[in-house]
Design a protein around this ligand. Structure first.
Ligand SMILES: NC(=O)c1ccc[n+]([C@@H]2O[C@H](COP(=O)([O-])OP(=O)(O)OC[C@H]3O[C@@H](n4cnc5c(N)ncnc54)[C@H](OP(=O)(O)O)[C@@H]3O)[C@@H](O)[C@H]2O)c1
Length: 114
């Protein structure tokens, strides 16, 4: 099958919640270790720090919008990635947040959708 890969022969990784913390660091770990990395985040205005490193080190990474709680957002971005890469080798579905405290006092409301 003819491929239209932008980075043919590469391995592809997707990371959710790449704007900070573990997702940020994992995106850099993957891209520095040979993965063409799609660093996704719900607010790409928060991509500046990642973009700076990528530019400085000339790394093969794209930042794309993806909110894990919105199905259309997930579909739109994953469809786009698959169209480009034809495969996903690694998915790090990191997006989320921690709740600390006794369960009976921890209100999660509609956030359980994460
Ligand atoms: N750090 C720990 O010790 C620890 C321990 C156990 C589990 N975890 C889990 O590991 C994950 C990352 O933790 P962290 O310490 O790196 O936290 P963090 O620095 O707060 O990062 C959380 C990331 O998730 C993103 N996010 C939240 N809701 C999202 C959504 N709906 N769609 C897309 N992205 C979303 C945040 O994006 P915004 O920038 O837009 O907020 C942020 O980039 C979390 O799922 C956390 O529960 C962490």
């Amino acid at each position: 099958m003819k491929s239209n890969n932008k980075a043919a022969g590469k391995k592809y990784a997707i990371v959710t919640g790449a704007s900070s913390g573990i997702g940020f660091q994992t995106s850099l770990l993957l891209v520095r270790n040979g993965f063409y990395t799609y660093a996704t985040m719900r607010n790409i205005d928060r991509s500046e720090q990642l973009a700076d490193v990528v530019k400085k080190e000339n790394l093969p990474m794209e930042v794309l919008p993806l909110d894990v709680t919105i199905e259309t957002s997930v579909r739109h971005t994953v469809d786009r990635i698959i169209k480009e890469s034809r495969k996903i080798d690694v998915l790090v579905n990191n997006a989320g947040y921690g709740l600390i405290g006794a369960r009976r006092y921890s209100y999660v409301g509609n956030k359980v959708t994460l």
